[in-house]
Design a protein around this ligand. Structure first.
Ligand SMILES: [Zn+2]
Length: 251
């Protein structure tokens, strides 16, 4: 009586990242096990026939620390670490571990580089992180999520206001399949990783979900609303299709 119907399970790692595990039901397996997919960025939960969803989930959650360590080692991952460069709302930030300071996480703005070839070029800001090195990834993730919440809430609510609608609630998640969603009760949900995309792309997703408060579909009327809010949206949508997977490499 295999009641395991889900083909994926999502667990949260100690660094706060949601990891989606593919579930494979195996007639030959005698116990639940977890395998890192050596080719991709994911992991597979192998479950014997007849095991319950609860058992499988409990096992995966118990292994979350192990899983996070192994996924971080994968070549296509970009772990948050001293010196790593991130794009935040399209502006470059270099993570700088500042262990002696006790200010949490803060940004030291880029110095303007006046270059003869490109006189408007700006440099990279420092994203300074105090505390122990072990806590740095978690602190950076938390900071990015806070930035995402602020930026997204503000924009989604402004777009909704424009359409004479109210946003019931804004939730920030680490979703791997969708950048945003809108419920029939007016609650909007977004991926925090949008903060790593250019500003216009984040704004497009906010406008897109706000427009769903009026049109719960992707009809021509829906796209007219989006256009009314932000003008042309085609290149932003294309950017997400082309580069979206890239945003999931971080952290
Ligand atoms: Zn949509």
């Amino acid at each position: 009586m295999a009641d395991l119907r889900a083909d994926t399970i999502t667990i949260e790692t100690p660094t706060g990242e949601a990891v989606r595990l593919a579930v494979r039901i195996s007639g030959r397996a005698h116990r639940i096990s977890l395998r890192i997919d050596p080719t991709g960025s994911g992991a597979v939960l192998v479950v014997p026939e007849g095991a319950s969803v609860k058992q499988a989930e409990r096992f995966a959650r118990d292994q979350a620390g192990w899983l996070a360590r192994h996924l971080a080692k994968q070549p296509n991952r970009i772990a948050f670490d001293d010196g790593v460069i991130l794009s935040v709302l399209g502006r470059k930030h270099r993570i700088r571990h500042s262990p002696d300071q006790r200010r949490g996480v803060w940004v030291e703005p880029a110095q303007v580089v006046v270059d003869e070839a490109a006189d408007d070029e700006t440099g990279t800001a420092d994203l300074c992180v105090s505390g122990e090195a072990d806590h740095l990834p978690r602190r950076v993730t938390d900071w990015l999520k806070r930035q995402a919440r602020e930026e997204i809430s503000l924009r989604a609510r402004a777009h909704a206001h424009q359409l004479d609608r109210r946003v019931a609630k804004v939730t920030i998640r680490d979703t791997s399949s969708r950048w945003g969603s809108c419920s029939s009760s007016g609650a909007l949900s977004f991926s925090w990783r949008l903060i790593l995309a250019p500003e216009s792309v984040l704004d497009y997703v906010c406008a897109h979900e706000a427009a769903h408060l009026v049109e719960m579909n992707h009809s021509p009327a829906f796209w007219r609303l989006v256009r009314g809010l932000i003008g042309n949206w085609e290149s932003e949508r294309r950017w997400l299709k082309r580069n979206g997977a890239e945003l999931h490499r971080y952290g």
